[in-house]
Design a protein around this ligand. Structure first.
Ligand code: PFF
Length: 461
């Protein structure tokens, strides 16, 4: 476990590199594809408010806990948990939390790659079949994609390959350079699109839809989905952030050459802020197009792929712009998918596997299971389990059950099991009050909120 884990024990070059990598993990399909469509499905404003509340009260404290545990553990989530359990003098069974998370990450990867494959397809479709398309043609292109298992399989295969290629090289050499260019580019593109959306009709309706709170529209399932999505979007509960936290330096050199501690709290706030901003801006780009063209806000997983192409098709030079936008969606998804694979690969490397072998074997397995999600949109669309397709079941199980459960266990470990002195030392917060606030959040607020949402979701309260 020592020599073979050596490449894993590297640290990010600076606090900013960690922020970029973790933001790269957090900002992905969850923000641009999923958030708008679930906000649309679950009624808009009330859902958005709930999501924001959960991010602030549960997401941020759990993320602080996850980074802190990762940095202190310094290894893959499974082995970090074993080490932390040893330090806390409790059973090493806590490493099960690492396995739970790694399994969830692996399962998410199987369908994440399929949806990212759609973005890949649109990079080509935008400047070709979508030129000048109207609402019906845009819908026909999307339906055509879903009806073609071979096209989807091809795109899924290419995306999985991209993920494996980065992970097998070690995470941060290629990735570090890529996220430094791509994340700012994504922000600029989103802002330009927002400018377009704000001036092209439907914007006021979109604002009203997203920010007028009507609690009567909120179902118990919506509460569960808002909780699950808060974890999904911040990449919490499965060890991805813990694995990245393990590569986070404890101190960095300032401009004056003096070593300064790296503050986990403010780092996490920056990541959560950027992630939330991207989700809200994505919603504000998509819903005006929905309302201006009489589309359905609750259209489901196809929403992004049926709205933005329409806006692009109408813009001057929109097809190129649209193609580029989907390149950026692809990169956002790419920087997330590598963090889904990393925890398991890191663990296998610590167990003595070579990194390429671990990445290839796991990537191949995820690719194979992903075929179930490919077929969920066509040949197997009528094969359901609890009323959901393979894709729907995997998405529900991982996002709404496994991630919040992982988050619950992380909060309990950080708040109740870990020694207070260890947590405080690792967090090194300047303000004791802020530390206390965090501690109350992970000991009480987060666990109660997660348990209440679970109970509500299964109809107990
Ligand atoms: N946060 C990513 C998104 O919003 O698309 C998805 C994700 C990545 C979830 C990594 C979990 C994770 F560990």
């Amino acid at each position: 476990m020592d020599n073979s884990s050596a490449p894993l024990n590297g640290t990010w070059a600076s606090r900013w590199v960690f922020i970029l990598a973790a933001t790269g993990s957090a900002v992905g399909l969850g923000n641009i594809w999923k958030f708008p469509y679930i906000a649309g499905e679950y009624g808009g404003g009330a859902f958005v408010l709930l999501y924001l509340l959960i991010i602030a009260l549960v997401g941020v404290p759990v993320m602080v806990a996850e980074v802190m545990m990762g940095r202190r553990g310094g290894m893959s989530p499974v082995n970090s948990m074993k080490k932390l359990a040893g330090q806390a003098e409790v059973t090493s069974r806590w490493k099960a939390l690492g396995y739970l998370g790694a399994t969830a990450g692996f399962l998410i990867l199987t369908f994440y790659s399929v949806i990212a494959g759609w973005a890949l397809y649109y990079i080509v479709a935008m400047p070709t079949v979508l030129v000048g398309a109207d609402t019906e043609q845009v819908a026909a292109v999307f339906d055509g994609l879903l009806a073609s298992p071979m096209t989807m399989l091809l795109c899924h295969s290419v995306f999985m390959l991209l993920t494996v290629v980065v992970v097998l090289q070690g995470i941060y050499r290629g990735l570090q350079r890529a996220v430094q260019v791509l994340m700012p580019a994504l922000f600029v593109m989103l802002l330009v699109l927002l400018g377009y959306a704000a001036t092209s009709g439907g914007f006021n309706e979109a604002l009203a839809f997203m920010f007028t709170v009507d609690f009567s529209k909120l179902s118990s399932e919506a509460v569960l989905v808002a909780m699950g999505h808060s974890f999904f979007t911040l990449s919490l509960g499965l060890g991805a952030i813990m694995a990245y936290g393990a590569y986070m330096p404890k101190e960095v050199s300032g401009k004056d050459g003096r070593r300064r501690p790296v503050s986990i709290g403010s780092t996490v706030l920056t990541i959560a802020f950027l992630d939330t901003l991207v989700a809200l801006v994505a919603g504000l780009c998509i819903f005006p197009v929905v309302f201006a063209n009489g589309l359905e806000p609750g259209a489901g997983p196809g929403l992004l792929f049926q709205t933005l192409p329409l806006a692009f098709a109408q813009m001057p030079a929109g097809i190129w712009f649209g193609g580029l936008f989907f390149v950026l969606v692809l990169f956002a998804a790419w920087s997330s998918s590598i963090s889904l694979l990393e925890p398991l690969v890191a663990w296998l490397v610590e167990a003595g596997w070579s990194r390429p072998r671990a990445a290839i074997v796991l990537g191949l397995a995820a690719w194979l299971i992903g075929i179930g999600s490919v077929l969920s949109f066509n040949l197997w669309s009528d094969k359901t389990l609890f009323g959901e397709t393979v894709f729907g079941t995997l998405d529900f199980l991982t996002t709404n059950i496994m991630l919040p459960l992982g988050g619950l266990l992380i909060a309990i470990f950080a708040g109740w099991v870990m020694k207070d002195s260890h947590a405080r030392k690792e967090l090194n917060m300047a303000s004791f009050k802020v530390y206390l606030g965090w501690r109350v959040a992970v000991r009480i607020i987060a666990p109660l909120a997660i348990l209440a949402v679970f109970a509500h979701g299964i109809g107990l309260i």
